[in-house]
Design a binder for this molecule. Structure first.
Ligand code: ATP
Ligand code: MN
Length: 143
């Protein structure tokens, strides 16, 4: 039921708070985890006032994301989980849904909030879209 888990992260405190829940799913039969970070194409557009720099900024962000993921990978591997890292550019919610479908992930573990973490928001926009549209169970870890 929880064999393959999709863990999308923006490396925020709330996303990190969800990590121990992924680790504990090992006890519920989880074998494989796909860690997914989406480089938000809209933020990338804002960063690149010169479009000629787009590829190099994207490469830098990807390298940074992979570095951040390696620590998470180590933690999950210590629990006996098989881990894969996926870093891609696009709209975060759309990419999360696309990867879930492609990977046939059994569940998604996600934070209720992310980097913005606005006090007045009940839930972040990425989580909201994922919960609304995912075809699998979504475990939402509250801030
Ligand atoms: P908003 O983005 O709407 O301003 P927020 O940043 O507080 O609000 P979300 O972006 O919805 O909240 O983040 C909720 C969760 O979604 C995060 O804890 C993380 O698990 C996941 N997430 C958000 N952005 C990304 C991303 N770029 N790549 C992968 N996962 C993400
Ligand atoms: Mn966000």
């Amino acid at each position: 039921m929880f064999e393959k888990i999709l863990y999308p992260t923006d490396f925020s405190d709330v996303a990190m708070k969800a990590l121990p829940y992924v680790e504990h799913l090992r006890l519920a039969g989880c074998r494989e985890v796909v860690i997914l970070h989406v480089i938000d194409s809209r933020s990338l557009d804002l960063l690149c006032y010169d479009p000629a720099h787009y590829r190099s900024v994207e490469n830098d962000l990807e390298a940074l994301a992979r570095e951040n993921c390696s620590f998470i990978t180590k933690r999950l591997e210590k629990c006996g989980l098989t881990v894969r890292v996926d870093v891609r550019t696009g709209n975060p919610a759309s990419q999360i849904l696309k990867v879930q479908a492609r990977e046939h992930a059994d569940a998604i573990v996600i934070g209720s909030h992310g980097k913005s973490n606005l006090a007045e928001m009940i839930i972040g926009s990425v989580s909201e879209r994922v919960i609304r549209n995912a075809s699998c169970p979504v475990l939402v870890v509250k801030r």
